[in-house]
Design a protein around this ligand. Structure first.
Ligand code: FES
Ligand code: MG
Length: 588
């Protein structure tokens, strides 16, 4: 059947070492696989299963895997399905982000250490997608991803209720006393009507879309809602394709090239993608030896228009996006407008981006806009720098009119504002004191969250999108400028300055900030600075060091401690120090 040497033969058919072959093979027979199958030249295809009761966003993969298994068999492969360490975005404490690298490590060991010729990566909930792509990048055996798909649209009182976004809105009303807890929970539930992942353009839809345009999913695979029949059919086509990818020896390093990442950055802007995307793509790229930076994100992505009208930047949800044409319609429109830098990048089906996507027309021009009539110009991220950090991202596409009027419309100083810093050391402190009138917060203040980066709050907390105090919300101030070394949910519509690197507890300037300091934000020069003299900052740094450095809470688990010792900043993808020494390991 195949000309290439399958790596699984080293386990199951090593004629030089019958003893080891016997040892390896006997236990795989004990549930009914036969010697003939395992010693044939059929590729062994693994399904890396991320669905479980602990991972409801990905749980539907338990069903979909049935179709994938049938396809793999049909195409002449043998299936071995195994569980991946669960990562549930909303259920894991302190944060699911902590476990992205743990799942990565576990999957690298599994793919490398077992008789696997190719793998189907079942992706979905936020961090499952990068974790699995990072592992595929490191091991570099043939791999294809399969998205579980978004939930159906949520509805509440006849209006679309999107995952996450509904909560960010309702929490303001709860804080203002306009709704009670019962109503709050009711709204949250209304946004989650079926199996699947978040139906907004949060981190899940972003990362699944980017997995497709990186070439790691079949064209059209990302946007199909989880319960739709097309989803099961895509599970089938994915299973068929991975067998051929093994026979063609088509590996992640030939698909996820620098060209593919540069295309993905452009497409992320057009989607209105999550601020978690740069962390994840910078990480995946680094595991392939590609130095992707936040400067690349600004250079390639900032001038790209927002085409997708989806919450939190817009109005619609996942079903609307799919019906309007999904990722293929967006890529096709960018191709037509000449905005994609590398139309020749190759996808999992062996065809180029242009071959896969050219000529797909959006069926609803309000959900997926054309480049001449976008939701917004310049929808990508700015990479801000200054004396508080070397890199922090701002998603300018979510700046709303209220925010723009209040902070960015001074004719003498356009695109810039200054504000008095109110500093919070971690989300617990924020929650306990934000409504305290003694803080004297008004609309000229900038809220600063620190101690929330990868080391400070292991994995980094999604907390930078801080709400104003309730007394300001009642006065009609719905958002204050926020800056922080943590992250924010991709479903949040806040125009925060976040992912600040290095973080406060890792030498970053945020550690030197005091409540009452004035911060200047200038989006034209892309600078954020605290207006304090260099001498004063040096003095504060000395004092901080004498006091033992920026305090962080104790680690609660062994992994938290290991992670903190090894983790790189968000700007470098939050990867583990030294992990990139191991590249293309299967062929070494
Ligand atoms: Fe899992 Fe949003 S919580 S996708
Ligand atoms: Mg999230």
């Amino acid at each position: 059947m195949t000309k290439i040497k399958l790596r699984s033969r080293d386990w199951f058919n090593n004629l030089d070492d019958p003893e080891m072959t016997a040892l390896y093979i006997e236990r795989y027979l004990n549930y009914g696989l036969t010697l003939e199958e395992l010693r044939s030249d059929k590729p062994i295809i693994a399904i890396a299963q991320t669905g479980s009761d602990l991972s409801p966003c990905n749980r539907h993969h338990l069903e979909l895997a049935g179709r994938t298994r049938e396809a793999i068999r049909t195409a002449g492969g043998i299936v071995l399905e195994f569980p991946v360490h669960p990562i549930q975005e909303t259920g894991k404490r302190p944060t699911a982000m902590l476990d992205r690298n743990l799942a990565y490590l576990g999957l690298v060991e599994t793919l490398f250490g077992y008789p696997i010729d190719g793998v189907v990566l079942t992706i979905g909930c936020d961090k499952t997608t990068p974790a699995l792509l990072m592992a595929a990048a490191t091991v570099n055996i043939p791999a294809i991803a399969l998205s579980v798909g978004p939930m159906l649209n949520g509805w509440h009182n006849g209006e679309r209720a999107g995952s996450g976004s509904v909560i960010w809105d309702a929490r303001q009303q709860l804080a203002a006393g306009e709704i009670d807890t019962e109503e709050f929970l009711e709204r949250a539930a209304s946004s989650a009507p079926s199996v699947g992942y978040c139906n907004t353009m949060g981190t899940a839809t972003t990362m699944n879309s980017l997995a497709e345009v990186l070439g790691m999913q079949l064209p059209g695979a990302a946007a199909i809602p989880a319960p739709y029949r097309e989803r099961g059919q895509m599970a089938y086509y994915t299973g068929l394709r991975i067998v051929d990818m093994v026979l063609e020896d088509l590996r992640p390093s030939e698909i996820m090239t620098r060209d593919a990442f540069e295309n993905a950055i452009v497409i992320n802007s057009a989607l209105g993608g999550s601020t978690n995307a740069p962390i994840h793509l910078n990480a995946i790229a680094r595991h392939l030896g590609i130095e992707l930076t936040n400067d690349d994100w600004e250079r390639l992505g900032h001038h790209i228009p927002l085409l997708v009208n989806m919450q939190p930047s817009g109005a619609y949800l996942g079903e609307d996006f799919f019906r309007a044409g999904g990722v293929p319609a967006v890529v096709s429109e960018l191709l037509r407008a000449g905005l994609l830098p590398h139309p020749g990048a190759k996808g999992a089906n062996g065809k180029t981006l242009a071959q896969n996507y050219d000529g797909q027309v959006a069926s609803n021009g309000d959900v997926i806009r054309c480049a001449e009539n976008p939701m917004l110009e310049n929808a990508g991220f700015l990479n801000l720098k200054g004396n508080l950090f070397d890199s922090a991202l701002m998603k300018t596409s979510v700046i709303n009119e209220e925010f723009r009027q209040r902070y960015l419309s001074n004719p003498d100083d356009p695109e810039a504002f200054e504000g008095r810093a109110i500093v919070f050391d971690g989300p617990e402190q924020f929650r306990s004191i934000i409504d305290d009138p003694a803080l004297d917060i008004d609309e000229t203040c900038i809220l600063v969250m620190r101690g929330a980066g990868p080391k400070g709050y292991p994995g980094g907390a999604e907390v930078v999108n801080m709400r104003p105090p309730s007394y300001l919300i009642k006065q009609g101030v719905h958002a204050l400028p926020c800056i922080g070394d943590g992250r924010q949910s991709g479903t949040s519509g806040s125009a925060s300055i976040l992912n600040a690197s290095p973080e406060a507890c890792d030498g970053g300037g945020l550690a030197l900030l005091k409540t009452g300091d004035v911060i200047r934000v200038d989006l034209r020069s892309k600078a954020v600075n605290v207006l304090v003299s260099d001498g004063e900052l040096t003095l504060r740094r000395q004092q901080l060091e004498e006091a033992g450095g920026f305090p962080i809470p104790a680690s609660q688990t062994p992994w938290q401690g290991i992670f903190r010792d090894m983790v790189r900043p968000f700007s470098e993808g939050m990867i583990l120090d030294g992990a990139t020494d191991y590249q293309d390991i299967e062929r070494k």
